[in-house]
Design a protein around this ligand. Structure first.
Ligand code: PAF
Length: 293
């Protein structure tokens, strides 16, 4: 066993060490919950651990800044690595195991030769359009992590709405025996969705970026009030955010399950947005079920 210990939490660096201990947990009938992360943990991640604790006997978190999901010009190198702090947070949130592998452990044959998992079509749109290869990196590493941990439940934040939809599709298509749970977005005092990348925002930007959430909420309200001119509404929402001084990547009104552009008679709708601040690309979304309003 290669475990280090922090409070009641055990930390494993190897796949075999993590598997051995989870095999024993499974053998004694324990239900296993899993929270995959890239570290630099915030309250949102700890809420995922809390949800895991509510419905499972044992919670495993992982920290792995997955190079395969970063584009060439993206922030893999500067992505904040805050391991000691993360360990303290996870241990005090009651996490039982932390899986903390290095790159060699996850990609022993090198990234170029790694077998890939590709969910087609729904990964080419929205964030996938501006981050080519990103979702292939996500689905590849998540499928590996699911095979390593073999959890009963895996918990992901709804903030990464497209990521969650893509992972659900992968699990369905590959018959991976795990329940995928979507957890509500944790927000800061002014509505900004918590994200490990919010630390890139300058002080000046920080006060303005709430416009993304505020404007998506405005758009949702318009739909609730009966508007169905979705393309026009997307353009108006975009304009409002741009007037706030930010560059838009996309604002899009979609069917919440398929991620296809929303049809006039769709009941389950999500409004998704991505915008650029100077130091960070921010994403957010709001959903509505027209049967319930
Ligand atoms: O959402 C994240 O933090 C990452 O995309 C994930 C799911 C841990 C895969 O690297």
């Amino acid at each position: 066993m290669d475990a280090a210990v922090a409070g009641n939490m055990k930390i494993f660096h190897t796949i075999s060490g993590q598997r051995d201990v989870l095999r024993e947990e499974r053998r004694s009938g324990k239900k296993i919950g899993f929270v995959p992360t890239m570290g630099n943990l915030h309250e949102g991640h700890l809420q995922l651990v809390g949800l895991g604790k509510d419905s499972c006997d044992v919670v495993v978190a992982s920290i792995f800044v997955n190079p395969l999901q970063f584009g060439l010009n993206e922030d893999w190198e500067k992505y904040p690595r805050t391991f000691d702090d993360d360990v303290k947070k996870l241990a005090s949130a009651g996490c039982d195991y932390l899986f903390y592998p290095d790159e060699k452990e996850i990609y022993p044959n090198g990234m170029a030769d790694q077998t890939r998992v590709v969910v087609p079509t729904m990964t080419d749109i929205l964030c996938g359009a501006s981050r080519p290869g990103h979702f292939e990196g996500v689905t590849t590493v998540v499928s590996k992590l699911l095979h390593i941990v073999q959890p009963d439940e895996a918990i992901f934040g709804i903030k990464d709405f497209q990521q969650l939809a893509v992972i659900r599709r992968m699990v369905e298509d590959l018959c991976i025996p795990v329940d995928i749970i979507g957890a509500p977005i944790a927000r800061d005092y002014d509505g900004l969705a918590l994200s490990s990348r919010n630390c890139y925002l300058t002080e000046e930007e920080r006060s303005g970026v709430k416009i993304l959430y505020e404007t998506l909420c405005w758009c949702r309200e318009e739909i609730v009030n009966g508007r169905r001119d979705f393309s026009h509404l997307e353009a108006l929402t975009t304009e409002k955010i741009e007037k706030g001084g930010f560059r838009i990547d996309y604002v899009s009104i979609r069917n919440a399950k398929s991620l296809e552009p929303a049809a006039h008679d769709d009941m389950d709708i999500t409004v998704l947005g991505a915008m650029y601040a100077m130091g960070a690309r921010l994403i957010d979304n709001v959903s509505l079920n027209l049967n319930e309003v």
